[in-house]
Unconditional design. Structure first.
Length: 525
């Protein structure tokens, strides 16, 4: 197992040899900033490499130093993967309890990132939005396909083709499949029974296959929100391991996948249904992930009926299941204010026609939830239970990936463009808690969403914050279902109306078509 201990951290403080210590005949490999540098070593095959062999590598550039865990890749091969956070020269030295793996040295050159490489995801300084490491805003339009990565190569190729043509830029996906999948298991099989497996021996072939899917998402510019535990595997019981086995598994996954810049960690899907683990257990495991991940990827935990304490310091952002909160932006915003963190309603029920209430939303209902979430200053996730031949929901997009059959995805692409055209780093609620139903940036940008209402006009009353009078605005009427933008002629020049509002007395209202799913965008000239 590749596990960083206090002994290794102490070893990391020993000065490293600089690149000049590497044999002069060896060329120094180059890797772009936020790319992946991988070094492989030959080591022991006997015993249990996951427990008997400890391996890490200390990477240093100037005053910056990172200790990166290694992992066993099978057939006597051990690897270390590192994603350089800065450009420049880096020197590395291994630390291991195996003499042949210890004190190996080398160097690499981190070059500027290539076009399209904006680095790993970070939380913006205000705490409520997401941006890449180079500060490029990230407008989250996520989806869920729990066990897509464990399906056949043909099904996975179909999923990737669908994603390439979709607006989705984040995929929630399980390590342990929750529906039928290819016959390859994450741990060594010891017998013919479903629970005949050894938690102390992971299966490198399984994880080679899984990491390929993560890499394929990276090629498409899609974040991989990796679900580490879930409650839907009573057949094997992977979610019911003892703490030492959990830690071994987590350390391996972190070492193997953490260098991919598109990785996020989700401790669990519906943590409260994992009956063999308490909130305190998940708190320990979440802290473990934070402590053992040198690349510091985003971390969250997803709920069913019980809300996890999202104030925990290891939680970088809130991942929420709530089917009704985002039917009203005022309710959705409360989550944000309570935790003072970025909020993604990753599960708001799915588009489909099954009898179960969590999978029978219309396309209009899905899109409505995204818009209310946007006005609230939060983010929303998509899912779909539709199947082509009335198969089980397990065979749908949300179960196994494949093709999208619903109506919401094109409308979410329209929403994504509105988000990208909006303020940076994202939309915030304006004059929240007063039923304004307005998001944007005070004094600069306002977005009013009407949802199921169908007004024929809207009184353009802008909240007073950041306005003094004389500001001019242009107005667009958005049809969020038909995906149209209709500019309103001329400009609106505002002045104070009362203690709370500014308006244009010459043009006090904006005409609307009297249909559902409309929005108004007001942008300062």
């Amino acid at each position: 197992m590749t596990k960083i201990t206090r002994r290794h951290l102490v070893a990391a403080s020993v000065p490293l040899a600089l690149a000049s210590a590497v044999q002069a005949a060896e060329p120094v490999p180059a890797v772009e900033r936020w790319g992946i540098f991988e070094q492989a070593f030959e080591g022991p095959k006997n015993g249990n490499p996951f427990d008997d062999v400890a391996l890490s590598s200390v990477f240093r550039s100037g005053e910056q130093s990172l200790t990166v865990p290694g992992f066993y890749d099978g057939n006597g091969v051990y690897k270390v993967r590192f994603s350089p956070p800065q450009t420049g020269d880096w020197a590395w030295r291994t630390v291991s309890n195996v003499p042949g793996l210890n004190n190996r040295t080398g160097a690499l050159l981190a070059t500027p990132p290539s076009p399209g490489n904006h680095g790993p995801m970070r939380i913006t300084p205000d705490g409520y939005h997401f941006a890449y490491a180079d500060a490029t805003p990230y407008r989250q339009i996520g989806t869920t396909a729990y066990a897509w990565a464990q399906q056949s190569d043909a099904r996975c190729a179909e999923t990737l083709a669908t994603l390439k043509a979709s607006p989705f830029n984040k995929m929630r996906m399980c390590v342990f499949q929750n529906v039928a999948a290819e016959p390859i298991e994450p741990f060594a099989v010891t017998g013919k029974g479903d629970k005949d497996w050894d938690p102390s021996r992971l299966n490198p072939l399984f994880f080679q296959r899984f990491e390929k899917r993560v890499a394929q998402l990276l090629e498409l510019g899609i974040e991989a929100d990796i679900i580490l535990f879930h409650p839907y595997d009573s057949k094997h019981g992977y979610g019911d391991m003892a703490r030492a086995d959990d830690e071994r598994y987590l350390a391996y996954v972190i070492a193997r996948l953490g260098a991919y810049r598109n990785v996020w960690w989700s401790l669990a899907n519906e943590f409260d249904l994992v009956k063999t683990k308490s909130p305190a257990d998940f708190d320990h495991l979440g802290q473990f992930v934070m402590d053992h991940d040198p690349h510091d990827r985003l971390r969250s935990i997803h709920n069913c009926k019980a809300i996890y304490d999202n104030t925990k310091p290891w939680i970088t952002h809130s991942s929420i299941q709530n089917g009704s909160a985002v039917t009203d932006d005022t309710r959705a915003e409360i989550y944000r204010s309570i935790w003072e963190k970025a909020v993604i309603f990753d599960e708001v029920c799915y588009e489909g026609k099954i009898e179960l209430r969590w999978g029978n939303l219309s396309g209009e209902d899905v899109v409505m939830r995204f818009w209310h979430g946007l006005i609230a200053g939060t983010y929303v996730g998509h899912g779909e239970t539709l199947t082509a031949q009335n198969l089980s929901a397990d065979d749908s997009w949300t179960g196994k990936g494949g093709k999208l059959l619903g109506e919401s995805a094109p409308r979410l692409a329209f929403l994504k463009q509105v988000m990208e055209d909006g303020p940076k780093p994202g939309i915030d609620p304006v004059d929240k808690w007063w039923d304004r139903h307005i998001g944007g940036r005070a004094g600069q940008y306002y977005l009013r969403y009407f949802g199921v209402e169908a007004p024929s006009e809207w009184a353009l009353n802008l909240p007073k914050n950041e306005l003094v009078g004389g500001e001019q605005f242009r107005v667009d009427v958005l049809d969020t279902w038909n995906m149209t933008v209709t500019p309103v002629d001329g400009v609106f020049t505002v002045q104070k109306k009362n203690m709370y509002d500014f308006f244009d007395p010459a043009r006090p209202v904006v005409a609307l078509p009297g249909r559902k799913w409309m929005a108004v965008r007001v942008v300062r000239v």
